[in-house]
Design a protein around this ligand. Structure first.
Ligand code: UT7
Length: 322
């Protein structure tokens, strides 16, 4: 068995930012309400010509640069997204072509806000058994395209962006303790109606818009994230004291605070980008990772715990030694 070791990570955010005050000009809301209920101050929104694959490619290119390799050195691309460029082909194959990566496989994963954790888990399983040598795991979204801009309950929450990590399969000896330690995935389709898009190729023939029962989603998030974090620590015989960094999905600062509090983890060891990014769905964890690695908070050898919950419901966690 091999270990999946992170070689590098990268991120991309569209240039345009939209503040809470800007949104107050579109729907009946206020900077105060959004900031107090969610922690969000602003979000990035893709330009008219920018597609999910463009964001993904920019993040992937940065991650490959940091790793010191190029597209031809990888043999697996897994792209987590809910906002694909087209119904098919997979957005991953557009990135594959642009990177000049012709060996192996590229495909998308759809687990909404849990997409990056799902993609990490799948990539880890490919690498562990030797089915791929180097993987690019990307979370990329243009959620602005599926928002109902007249619904103040949802349009203020989300943003666009992309993040990526490069993983390499290394022997235990080569890994030196680094790499993905465990991943834990869950879903429960009974809750599909509290967070969904009201369109699709096989139902309405339209793309549709995001619909959410925010209060219910919030309630599930607080409980399920606490549970999956406990499950991850217990599976590895660890306690919160062992964790250097919690890198949560960025949906709401109150959910993040609740998870940290239940864990007994000081907020200084929690990476939060929600004020600047909003909820970027599958992109939020790799964006936060790139942020904290970029400014020197996360260092090689640190124990990093990530977790997410999203539509499905889907949820999960991944523990890795950076
Ligand atoms: O990524 C995973 C998916 N998403 C999440 O995890 C999100 C989970 N949910 C949440 O973060 C929160 O439930 C929200 C931020 C969406 C909403 O916060 P809340 O504290 O649950 O508010 P609420 O939905 O209960 O609404 C409270 C009030 C309502 O007014 P009334 O009925 O009390 O008069 C809403 O109409 O706030 C109103 N409201 C707003 N007011 C100003 C809802 N959205 C807004 C808004 N600006 N943007």
């Amino acid at each position: 068995m091999f270990r999946s070791v992170v070689m590098g990570c990268g991120a991309y955010l569209p240039a345009k930012t939209v503040t809470n005050a800007d949104l107050a000009g579109i729907v009946e809301t206020s900077d105060d309400w959004i900031a107090q209920r969610t922690g969000i101050r602003e979000r990035h929104i893709a330009g008219d010509e920018e597609k999910t694959s463009d964001l993904a490619l920019a993040a992937a290119t940065r991650a490959l640069d940091v790793a010191g390799i190029d597209g031809s050195d990888i043999d697996l691309i897994i792209l987590a997204t809910t906002t694909a460029d087209q119904t098919f082909p997979a957005t991953a194959v557009r990135v594959q072509k642009a990177l000049g990566m012709y060996a192996g496989a590229a495909f998308d994963i759809q687990a909404v806000c849990s997409g990056f954790v799902y993609a990490l888990a799948v990539a880890d399983n490919f690498l562990k058994v030797g089915q791929a040598k180097r993987a690019l795991v990307i979370g990329a979204e243009t959620f602005s395209r599926i928002l109902d801009w007249t619904d103040r309950g949802t349009c203020v929450l989300f943003g666009d962006g992309a993040g990526a990590v490069v993983l390499e399969a290394r022997s235990e000896a080569e890994a030196g303790g680094r790499g993905i330690i465990s991943t834990h995935l869950h879903s429960d389709g009974r809750f599909q109606d509290i967070l969904y898009v009201d369109g699709g190729p096989s139902s309405t023939g339209t793309v549709g818009k995001l619909r959410m029962n925010g209060k219910e989603v919030f309630r599930h998030a607080v409980q399920k994230l606490a549970d999956v974090v406990d499950e991850t620590l217990a599976a590895n015989g660890l306690s919160a004291d062992d964790i250097n960094w919690l890198v949560p999905h960025q949906a709401n600062q109150r959910i993040i605070d609740s998870t940290a509090k239940k864990l007994g983890l000081p907020i200084e060891r929690v990476v939060s980008t929600i004020a600047r990014h909003g909820n970027t769905s599958a992109a939020s964890i790799p964006l936060a990772l790139a942020d904290a690695v970029g400014d020197g908070r996360i260092r090689q050898g640190d124990l990093v715990l990530t977790e997410a919950m999203g539509g499905g419901l889907t949820w999960g966690a991944a523990l890795l030694r950076w």
